[in-house]
Ligand binder design. Structure first.
Ligand code: SF4
Length: 380
């Protein structure tokens, strides 16, 4: 089976003890069967506390998955004080579970090829995008396949620097809804929708839409709180979420005023300065998450909505964090941390996304106006 990956994929190196937000804490670390079997015969290294008989004794069952039982501070028991893995130091990389070996790489298997990407929930991945173009591959036959052609066209649209990342997503979502309304769309319809003439008209119309800043801010606050509530209840990402959610709740309770509106407008100018990085992040999301092996047009629309929710959560949390820190310019570290934490919180499987959208919205398939409200840059 042929395998494809973006050019940046080969540049990844784990920064280990230098990592600003290690993956060895605050989430589920699954252990596959073969690893569990091997761990039954291995004693924990001295540095691991508390000491147990075998490595397998640190595995627990959580939500029907075998995972490493985290300590009370939500850190992996094998993570040392120097932020290194005690297992790797004692036994080498071969001792690791599949998840620990692969992260942040992911493979998507299709009927005729496989695709590999890196997940943005690792800070080292964002660091690569800060310096490099991702270089997404062309997949043979994508022009003849409705869904792959759609993905290609959306990637091309996002790459256009004259169009803001938000405008590109708004145009793409409009086209997806348009195609969904047709009887049996074919690849030629996709090419029509993305022709220069149609895109120009669509973008002209999109640029005329102006939505009240306050409505977007309040909606994005709700989105952020919904996405974060379970994590906050479990005491996860407290260093990031606690103060951000406090300000978010105050805004929802009516504390949106002229001062905050002014701050929001300043923030948007700062946000714009990171358009290049945000564009690469969104392109990676589209490349890796928009199309799955069993996708149809409806699932693409739901995926786009999920990307919009993720994006809204990132932008809102970056805004709140930036406000709280009183930063003049939006620091790279503030933006990176927002992307890393929010993508860790939104890394849902297909069926979980559908369930979330069904539970959170009257109809899981949004109208374009709601998509625009979520992504709006307001007073721009
Ligand atoms: S998050 Fe990325 S850079 Fe950090 S420890 Fe994990 S793999 Fe390494």
């Amino acid at each position: 089976m042929q395998r494809f990956w973006p050019r940046y994929y080969e540049k990844f190196v784990c920064t280990a003890d230098q990592c600003p937000r290690t993956c060895c804490q605050e989430w589920k670390i699954p252990v596959d069967e073969a690893t569990e079997e091997r761990w039954r015969k291995l004693a924990p290294p001295q540095a691991v506390k508390p000491q147990r008989k075998a490595l397998s004794a640190y595995i627990i069952e959580k939500e029907e998955t075998r995972v490493i039982g985290l300590k009370k501070d939500h850190r992996c028991p094998f993570l040392t004080e120097k932020k290194l893995c005690a297992l790797v130091s004692a036994y080498g990389d071969e001792v690791l579970s599949e998840t620990c070996t692969d992260f942040p790489r992911e493979v998507h298997v299709f009927s005729d090829h496989e695709e590999e990407t890196l997940m943005p929930c690792c800070p080292a991945v964002i660091d690569i995008w800060k310096k490099e173009e991702p270089g997404f591959p062309n997949i043979p036959g994508e022009e003849e396949n409705l869904l792959f052609l759609l993905r290609k066209e959306i990637l091309d649209l996002l790459a256009e620097e004259k169009i803001s990342p938000e405008e590109a997503l708004l145009a793409a979502f409009y086209i997806l809804l348009d195609l969904k309304g047709r009887k049996k769309p074919i690849p030629a319809d996709v090419s029509d929708c993305f022709s220069e003439k149609t895109k120009k008209e669509l973008l002209k119309a999109i640029r005329k839409v102006s939505l009240p800043t306050e409505d977007t801010a309040l909606e994005c606050n709700e989105i952020l709180q919904d996405l974060a509530v379970n994590y906050q209840n479990e005491g996860l990402y407290g260093d990031f979420l606690d103060s951000v959610l406090e300000l978010s709740a105050a805004i929802s309770d009516g504390e949106w005023d002229e001062v905050l509106e002014e701050k929001w407008n300043v923030f948007l100018q700062e946000w714009k300065k990171w358009d290049g990085l945000i564009r690469k992040f969104l392109m990676n999301e589209i490349f890796s998450d928009l199309v799955a092996a069993d996708s149809d047009l409806e699932s693409l629309i739901l995926r786009m909505e999920w990307i919009a929710l993720e994006y809204a959560g990132i932008r809102q949390s970056a805004f709140l964090n930036w406000s709280l820190k009183g930063e003049g310019t939006l620091a790279y570290e503030t933006l990176r941390d927002a992307i890393v934490v929010l993508t860790r919180m939104t890394g849902y499987e297909e069926e979980d996304i559908r369930e979330y959208l069904e539970n959170s919205f009257e109809c899981p398939l949004w109208e374009w106006g709601y998509f625009a409200l979520v992504l709006s840059r307001g007073a721009e």
